[in-house]
Design a protein around this ligand. Structure first.
Ligand SMILES: *[C@@H]1O[C@H](CO)[C@@H](O)[C@H](O)[C@H]1NC(C)=O
Ligand SMILES: *[C@@H]1O[C@H](CO)[C@@H](O)[C@H](O)[C@H]1NC(C)=O
Ligand SMILES: *[C@@H]1O[C@H](CO)[C@@H](O)[C@H](O)[C@H]1NC(C)=O
Ligand SMILES: *[C@@H]1O[C@H](CO)[C@@H](O)[C@H](O)[C@H]1NC(C)=O
Length: 530
């Protein structure tokens, strides 16, 4: 059996011709890659030593926590209401956005006796698992939030009335919208009253799903197949609006970011691959083929690597989309580490939305091929793909052919997209390399702020949180990133789980002053960083 080397597997194949290695010298291939990198970094040193370092006590930190309540893990900012909503274990809070120590409202959402018992009977812990961890907090309209909790491994959702801050008390099935397991990766975003989730569909957490819930309809979802999703760790999802291009018949698109186990590379273990996937907002599923399934689900590999060193960052931890006026001006930042965490490096890569769209609208598909009897392998599809293009959103051109919704798509197109959700062309970062590489740091979260400095120029300021409770503030300057400050935000050496930036505050301060709100298990704090 032929196997590819790590370098081949993990870098933009276009730039390399990597010899196939036999299994016996595989280990050396991997080792070489890492040694080369470490040497390089220690000789030249990354441009990443912070200029200023702050201790917790040097800062003006505001903290919120409530006795008996833990796991403040879901945050939602409402600029209109000047509020910060916090979803914790069995409770939801409304805090003042200007001062998180001010608690305006609180509502509890506990698990009843019966579901609790069912949960413990299935072998879960009463104190840890069989509680209600709030994982979805999304704005429905001026008066309501949509809230989902793990609810003792039987996820439920309900509306939260903002007028009197009470739950409506008519819980809906949360399966496919929220995770069963509070510790499993999860992402959700509400777009025009419809909830898009990335989660697991079953108790065991083994059936991944990307879904849309449009009340009162049933879920539109991914096919249950390893070619669609293969042990994904969901990181982020958000909508990119067609904006002024809507007049050309373009659709809004929802992008998902996750790391999954590769199907396309052969490797001696599980090889992780960072992905971007997208679905079209107007998707209604197919008529016969792909009934109640996405007809527009496509995914591609996100590349964040140092090609000259054959080093690849293959785990994405967080994504921040810096939305421009138009989607063509939109870029996004991703924070990466390597699957082999002991290397101790983190990277920030940036991507151009135009480049992403290019891959989805023109990229080559991959397909499964059988080689050497039973062995399957993913190779580039070199045939002529069906028309309309598989996975494309409905556009003006299709409407002219009387295809006004995905229900009218021909079977040939639907069958093709069902079997070819993966594109071969990768999404490459701007400049073809990371913007920032940092040694001895595991980044977990990031937010980016675009500011106009006193010199009149526009800069991107990156706030990145580490697994040790530290925040880095970096500035993108002439294509390079410089870490300017390092702040010990959390009392304990714990990962930063959430970072949010208030755009209102962005308006208030015209100097590069900002405000970050953050949270970790059991503690919550807000800081002002000058
Ligand atoms: C909840 O918080 C506790 C500590 O306060 C932590 O040990 C546990 O892992 C957290 N659970 C989840 C699901 O985040
Ligand atoms: C994104 O790519 C497009 C097309 O190549 C280009 O016009 C645009 O300037 C790029 N944007 C950024 C921020 O690099
Ligand atoms: C689209 O439908 C209309 C009305 O049913 C029909 O007249 C027309 O020929 C159709 N066009 C195509 C391209 O099939
Ligand atoms: C980064 O995380 C990995 C485990 O995920 C750990 O082995 C490593 O020590 C961490 N590195 C640093 C610098 O904290």
């Amino acid at each position: 059996m032929n196997q590819y080397s790590l370098a081949d597997a993990m870098t933009d194949k276009g730039n390399f011709t990597v010899p196939k290695l036999s299994e016996s010298n595989m280990g050396f291939g991997v080792l070489g890659v890492f040694l080369g990198l470490l040497l390089e970094v220690s000789t030249h040193g990354p441009h990443s030593v912070p200029r200023t370092s702050w201790k917790r006590q040097d800062l003006d930190l505001l903290e919120f926590s409530e006795p008996g309540i833990s796991n403040y893990s879901t945050l939602l900012l409402s600029e209109d209401r000047d509020a910060l909503y916090v979803g914790a274990r069995e409770a939801i809070f409304e805090l003042s956005k200007r001062n998180v120590t001010v608690r305006n409202h609180k509502v509890q959402w506990k698990v009843a006796e019966n579901p609790m018992m069912m949960c413990t009977l299935k072998g879960k812990s009463k104190e840890r698992d069989c509680l209600n961890y709030i994982r979805v907090l999304q704005i429905v309209d001026d008066e309501r939030l949509y809230v989902c909790g793990t609810h003792a491994f039987q996820p439920q959702c309900d509306y939260l009335n903002l007028r009197d801050f009470s739950m409506e008390g008519r819980p809906e099935e949360g399966r496919g919208k929220c995770s069963y397991d509070p510790s499993q990766s999860f992402t959700a975003v509400m777009v025009d009253g419809e909830l898009y989730s990335g989660t697991a569909y079953n108790f065991l957490g083994s059936e991944p799903i990307i879904s849309r819930y449009s009340p009162p309809h049933s879920l539109l979802r991914t096919e249950y197949s390893t070619s669609w999703l293969n042990e994904p760790s969901f990181v982020f999802a958000d909508v990119i609006r067609a904006g002024k291009h809507r007049v050309d018949g373009e659709d809004d698109k929802i992008y998902y970011f996750f790391t999954e186990v590769s199907v396309e590379y052969e490797f001696f273990g599980k090889l992780l691959i960072p992905r971007v996937a997208r679905v079209c907002k107007g998707d209604l599923g197919g008529q016969r083929t792909l009934q109640k399934k996405w007809t527009s689900f496509l995914k591609a590999k996100l590349v964040c690597s140092m090609p000259e060193l054959n080093f690849v960052f293959n785990v994405v931890h967080d994504v921040f989309i810096l939305k421009g006026k138009d989607w063509r001006d939109t870029i996004f930042y991703g924070i990466f580490t390597s699957q082999w965490g002991n290397v101790g490096l983190s990277a920030v890569c940036t991507y151009n939305m135009t480049a992403v769209e290019e891959v989805f609208s023109k990229g080559k598909y991959m397909q499964k091929a059988t080689v050497e009897q039973s062995h399957t392998k993913w190779v580039r599809y070199n045939g002529i793909p069906p028309s309309p293009r598989a996975g494309a959103c409905i556009n003006s051109q299709m409407r002219q052919q009387n295809i006004s919704s995905s229900l009218h798509l021909p079977d040939k197109t639907l069958q093709f997209v069902r079997d070819h959700p993966l594109l071969e062309d990768p999404v490459l970062p701007i400049g073809n390399r990371p913007r920032l590489i940092t040694k001895d740091v595991n980044y977990t979260q990031l937010v980016v702020e675009r500011v106009r400095a006193l010199d009149g120029n526009i800069y991107d300021v990156i706030f990145s949180g580490t697994d040790k409770g530290v925040l880095h503030k970096s500035v993108v300057f002439e294509e390079d990133v410089h870490i300017v400050e390092e702040i010990q935000l959390l009392k304990n050496s714990e990962p930063i789980k959430n970072l949010l930036l208030s755009s209102k505050v962005r308006h208030l301060f015209s100097s590069p002053k900002t405000r970050a709100e953050m949270n970790l298990t059991g503690e919550f704090c807000e800081s002002q960083i000058g």
